[in-house]
Design a protein around this ligand. Structure first.
Ligand SMILES: [Zn+2]
Ligand SMILES: [Zn+2]
Length: 266
C-alpha cells in the first residue's frame, strides 16, 4: 500500500525553507507518494509581526508556485493549503484569508502563547528559562482548544509542539490533552502526525503516543505531515508515523478537496 498523503510542507516564501514547490513535488514522485499538500506559513495582519512567514502581498505568488507544480506533475495530486497561526482575536483575519483562494484545507497551528513569544523559535529559547513549563503547556493547550473550537481549520498542526526543545512539565498533562481533544472531536477537526519532531531535540513525532491514543478513543481523525522545509524532507519518517498510528488503532486517514473531507484507508 502506498504511503499516506504528506499534507504539510513549506516554500521559500516563508524565509526559512529552501526549494521550490516543483522540487518538493519531484521528490514526492520519487518516493512514490500519490498526494501532497503545500501548507506554508500564512501571512499575518501585520507584515512586521515576525520574520518567518510570507507577506500578505505574496499570497498570489504562493498560489502561482503551487499551481506551477500541479501543472508540471499531473500524476501527483497536489493540494493548496496554508498553515495558519491561530491567535485569539485573529478569527476575522483568518476568514479573510480563506476567502482569497480556493484552498483545499487549513492547518491551524499554535506557535504563539502570547502576542510576542513563539515557543518553537530557537532564537527565543531563553524565554523557557523564565517560565514555569506547566504554565506554558497550559497556555498552549488552551489556545489549541480555542483553535479547534473556532472551526476555521480542517487539521490542527503538531499538537504537542511545546516539547520541541525537550522541556516538559513534571506534572501529568492528561487533563490539558483531554480538553483539546474533546474540542477537536466536537468540531470534527483532525490532528496531524508530524514527523518534524523526530528532527528536533525531543526526537519524537508530534503528538506523543499518549495523545494519539486519547485521540483515537475520541474518534479524532488523523493526517500525516513531514513539515518539510526542504525537498529532501518530503515524506521523511512516514513509515514510523504510519506504524505509530496503526499501533494505537487507526486504519483510516483523511484528505481534503476544496475544504471537504474524505476518509481513506492507509
Ligand atoms: Zn516553518
Ligand atoms: Zn508549525
Amino acid at each position: 500500500m502506498s504511503l499516506p498523503a504528506d499534507l504539510h510542507m513549506h516554500t521559500p516564501l516563508c524565509r526559512h525553507a529552501t526549494g521550490e514547490p516543483v522540487d518538493y513535488a519531484r521528490r514526492a514522485v520519487e518516493l512514490g507518494l500519490t498526494e501532497i499538500g503545500f501548507s506554508d506559513h500564512s501571512p499575518m495582519p501585520r507584515d512586521d509581526f515576525d520574520d518567518w512567514r510570507m507577506r500578505a502581498d505574496q499570497l498570489d505568488e504562493y498560489v502561482a508556485k503551487v499551481r506551477r507544480a500541479q501543472k508540471e506533475f499531473p500524476q501527483l495530486t497536489i493540494r493548496l493549503a496554508l498553515e495558519v497561526d491561530y491567535l485569539p482575536g485573529h478569527e476575522n483575519w483568518i476568514r479573510q484569508l480563506a476567502a482569497r483562494h480556493p484552498w483545499d484545507y487549513f492547518i491551524g497551528s499554535v506557535h504563539y502563547v502570547s502576542e510576542s513569544w513563539d515557543i518553537d523559535n530557537p532564537a527565543k529559547l531563553s524565554e523557557w528559562k523564565k517560565r514555569d513549563a506547566l504554565e506554558v503547556w497550559q497556555n498552549y493547550f488552551d489556545r489549541l482548544a480555542l483553535a479547534a473550537e473556532s472551526r476555521l481549520f480542517e487539521i490542527i498542526g503538531h499538537a504537542d509542539l511545546p516539547k520541541k526543545f525537550g522541556i516538559r512539565p513534571q506534572q501529568d498533562c492528561t487533563p490539558l490533552y483531554e480538553k483539546f481533544l474533546n474540542a477537536a472531536a466536537q468540531a470534527g477537526c483532525a490532528i496531524e502526525l508530524n514527523t518534524a519532531g523526530l528532527r528536533k531535540d525531543c526526537k519524537e513525532i508530534y503528538p506523543s503516543r499518549q495523545i494519539l491514543q486519547l485521540a483515537f478513543q475520541k474518534n479524532v481523525p488523523v493526517t500525516f505531515g513531514s513539515d518539510a522545509h526542504a525537498p529532501a524532507e518530503v515524506g521523511m519518517n512516514f513509515a514510523d508515523a504510519v506504524a505509530l498510528a496503526r499501533s494505537v488503532g487507526y486504519t483510516q486517514t483523511c484528505r481534503f478537496n476544496q475544504r471537504r473531507r474524505e476518509f481513506i484507508a492507509f
